[in-house]
Design a protein around this ligand. Sequence first.
Ligand SMILES: [Fe+2]
Length: 303
Amino acid sequence: MKQKHPAVGLLYNPATPDLIKHAGSLVEYLAAMPDRLWFDFGPKAEGRRFHRTLGAIEELKRVAHGRVLSGHGIGMSLPSAIPLDEEFVAAVATMSQDLGGFRWYSEHLSVFLTPRGSVPNAQAGLGLPVVYDEETFGIVASKLRRVREALGCPLLLENGSFFTPVPDMEMSEPEFLNRLHAEGHCRTLLDLHNVYVCWRNGGPSLSEYIEALNGDVVGEIHLGGGDDFAGFYMDSHSSLTPPEVWQAAFDFAPRFKQLRAITFEFQETYYERIGSKALIGELERMHELAAACEVEVEAAYAR
Ligand SMILES: [Fe+2]
């Protein structure tokens, strides 16, 4: 089997083209969020529901040219005990086609939608924790089957960032993710900073969490930084990756033989505060990490 290294890249945002202007050769991969490339007027919208931001899509196409592109979303809220939003899934599938086909698609393993919400698509505004039990597993697994059929590419689910541990669950989050992979539903997008956020807010340590995860489930890693707010540590994507997260990345990522991408996330509103020079340093360190990871390439990813 061919060996190669994971791609290094960024979660796409409106500041990304400027960063790419300064450091294009360091960015091999982009993850684009369809949810941020349209205005969604909700399932009850009269007339057209999704209004695309055409200038932003053209710009993404331009910078994605020659780079690996995946889709990354929050809008499906797969663990919510409500039906899958089929119109939303179809809109993601169309967006994928228009952008040349997402190599893979990732969603968050968090609850974002609330029934009878007051905004059109009823986003909670913050990922709420998931109860890991048989019922949730059944809900997530059946929706993943449908999403995979609609998008026609591999799926990944990302571990969330939570602000208080949920006691007495049937499965831990790593056990839930391991089982999703073992039963053929998806791989894991391991957000190492989210694990750090959970630890800072009372959850398991990075090594405890990652040791419990089967290394073969990890298809992508997220790095990023946050800040303290009102006694909690937030996943605000406002700073560079903390040293403890880098340490975990170098300790564990070389074990992930299906790792396809190492991705840094920052919020565009913090672009100037973090600074392009610091972001370039982050990308260079990500390349050092990628060089330490020899991975096996599967046909579905190697297109
Ligand atoms: Fe993330």
